[in-house]
Design a protein around this ligand. Sequence first.
Ligand code: ZN
Length: 130
Amino acid sequence: MPANKRDKASDVFNSTNYAFCSKVSFSEAFPQIKNMRVEVEEDGEGVYELSKRQVFYKENMGEFINCSNSRCYNGGFNIGSIIRNMVESKRTEFETDRRCQGYEGSPKGKKRYGPCFNSFHIKVQITYNE
Ligand SMILES: [Zn+2]
């Protein structure tokens, strides 16, 4: 990987052992979810069109969705917590906005230059097994 690449939220998460948070896939963690569609629109640095749209399903969903700002360390947001909240209350649709949790900094994140202003608009649809 390039020397100046910043670890993103999912990289930091994957290299950390959270005792309280198991790293099983969403399909395994939530057998009650039949289908899931998560649409994420990102605005900010590293987004070369008006906005960047990504779609995720339970098969390719991770705990975090990364931001596109190449100077941002630990960038992205926690989609897992949004999904868990929805599943707990059996919600089928949810729409929200999140700011990037990262900051612009040195490649290993030791120096902070300032916040990352990338933002995400998130639309989630879930169907449940009977
Ligand atoms: Zn960021």
